[in-house]
Each structure stands twice: as structure tokens, then as C-alpha cells.
Design a protein. Structure first.
Length: 278
């Protein structure tokens, strides 16, 4: 009997606590928007944060609360339409973006003043040590922090410089976040011309460091009929609101610092004379 009363007291306390928790759960529950689950399923699950939110879960909640449906660069217009359909709204227009590396300073073109130590295995570490091993302080470090950050196999190191595969890039921006030199930035995908250099050194110093450096000569500015490129601090910059992809600036650049991503048409194979006569 000496054990009975304590056991009854404990059971009673448990019962009362259970009732209190049940009542509290009912009256203090946070309403859950059932659409959040549907929205989350429609998102690609990259959790890259390119939409401006912490991940796909956070973005799904934001859309459920009225945020626009067009902020996921990975999913693009297809995902935007799915989100809009769930919310019963118009998707709106989305302009696809692409990320580009503003450096062409490969081993072939850029001078180096030392080899990396075997212990230096990341761009972040190299940047902390004399800013890397290239004479150009603005150059790509080439140790693949961006490659490791990309989940889509859309960026690789070629001849010591990062190169983005635009067919695979989904504009998640993880490579840009990983680059300690801030050499990777986004641009409208339909705009094909960009400056493959970030150096603001004067022409003599820029050319000593890299053969394909922008030297601020303004020949590109003179060649452009649309006022779509300007030079500030000895570095050219394209105005994408005005650029029409004509490529005149690229042709005028004496150092080949500008890039035109327009794909050249594949030449047709000549038809044999005997085939024509047949």
C-alpha cells in the first residue's frame, strides 16, 4: 500500500499534464498552409538559395504567403508555371540568367610568379596567401572551389581558369559564392557578349600580367553603335539593357578580352558533284 499512493499521484499528474498539452496543442497550434507541401514538391530541391531564401522549403512557404513564383532560377519558367498553377495566379515572365567568369587568364595567357605549395588546395587558401600565384591580382586562382560548389557539373577548370558550361548552368549562383575573387557574376542568358577580364590596372601593367587583359583602350566603345559598352577604371563593362549582341566590340578589342558566346553555325558538307547529277 505504501507504493500505491505515490503511483496514483504520478499517474494523476501525468493525466493532468496530458490534458493540458492536448488543449494547448489545439488552441495554440500554428495554422499550416496545405499548399506549402504541393509547392515544395514542385520545386527542384537544389536548396541553392538563389531565390533569396534559405532553401526550397523557405521559398515554398514564401510563395504560399504571396511571394512571386518566378524566383527559382534552377527550375526556370517550367517551375514558375507549376507554382502559379498551385497558387491560382499568373506565372508572369521570367528572363533566364547565366553565370559567367570574368577572367580569361589561363596558363597560356597569364603570368605566374610562383607555383602553388602542395598544401594549398583551395582558392580561398591561395587568396589569403599573396592573393594567389598570378601576377594579375584579379585573376582566377584555378583551384576549383567553384567546381566543388556546383551540383550540376556546369563549371570546370581548363588551363588554370574556370570555364562555365552554359548548357548545364542553371544560374543557382553557388560558384559565385565560392569564388574569393568575386570573378563570377550573372547576366541575362540571351545576352551573348561579356568582358572576360576584371583587371583595373593601366594598360602597361595589365599587359605585363596577362595577354588577354582589358587595357581600357576604348576601341570597343568607339565600335559600338548602341552606346552599350563603357570603360571605367581602365575596364570595359557591357550595358545589357542596350546590348544587341552585334559583336562589334568583340571584333574591335585588340587583346581579345571581350567574349562573344554566339555559337557559330556548323558548315554544311558540300554535296559531291556526282550526287547532284544523280
Amino acid at each position: 500500500m505504501s507504493y500505491l499512493y505515490p503511483a496514483m499521484i504520478v499517474a494523476l499528474i501525468g493525466l493532468v499534464a496530458g490534458v493540458i498539452l492536448t488543449v494547448a496543442a489545439k488552441f495554440m497550434a500554428v495554422p499550416v498552409n496545405e499548399k506549402v507541401g504541393e509547392l515544395r514538391e514542385a520545386l527542384p530541391g537544389a536548396n541553392c538559395g538563389a531565390c533569396g531564401f534559405a532553401g526550397c522549403d523557405a521559398y515554398a512557404e514564401a510563395v504560399a504567403e504571396g511571394k512571386e513564383c518566378t524566383l527559382c532560377p534552377v527550375g526556370g519558367s517550367a517551375v514558375a508555371e507549376k507554382l502559379a498553377a498551385i497558387m491560382g495566379v499568373e506565372a508572369g515572365s521570367t528572363e533566364p540568367k547565366i553565370f559567367r567568369v570574368t577572367c580569361k587568364g589561363s596558363h597560356t595567357h597569364a603570368k605566374i610568379f610562383s607555383e602553388y605549395d602542395a598544401e594549398i588546395k583551395s582558392c580561398k587558401a591561395a587568396n589569403q596567401l599573396y592573393g594567389g600565384n598570378k601576377v594579375c591580382e584579379f585573376g582566377c586562382l584555378g583551384l576549383a572551389d567553384c567546381v566543388k560548389a556546383c551540383e550540376f557539373d556546369a563549371i570546370h577548370i581548363k588551363d588554370g581558369v574556370a570555364v562555365i558550361d552554359e548548357d548545364k548552368c542553371v544560374a543557382c549562383g553557388q560558384c559565385a559564392k565560392a569564388c574569393p575573387k568575386h570573378l563570377i557574376s550573372d547576366a541575362p542568358k540571351k545576352k551573348l557578349v561579356f568582358v572576360g577580364c576584371s583587371s583595373t590596372h593601366k594598360a602597361p601593367d595589365a599587359m605585363k600580367a596577362c595577354k588577354v587583359a582589358c587595357i581600357g583602350c576604348k576601341k570597343c566603345v568607339a565600335a559600338c553603335k548602341f552606346d552599350a559598352i563603357h570603360v571605367n577604371d581602365f575596364l570595359a563593362k557591357v550595358d545589357y539593357e542596350k546590348c544587341v549582341n552585334c559583336g562589334a566590340c568583340v571584333k574591335a578589342c585588340p587583346t581579345k578580352a571581350l567574349v562573344n558566346r554566339r555559337k557559330k553555325p556548323v558548315p554544311k558538307k558540300p554535296v559531291a558533284a556526282n550526287a547532284q547529277s544523280a
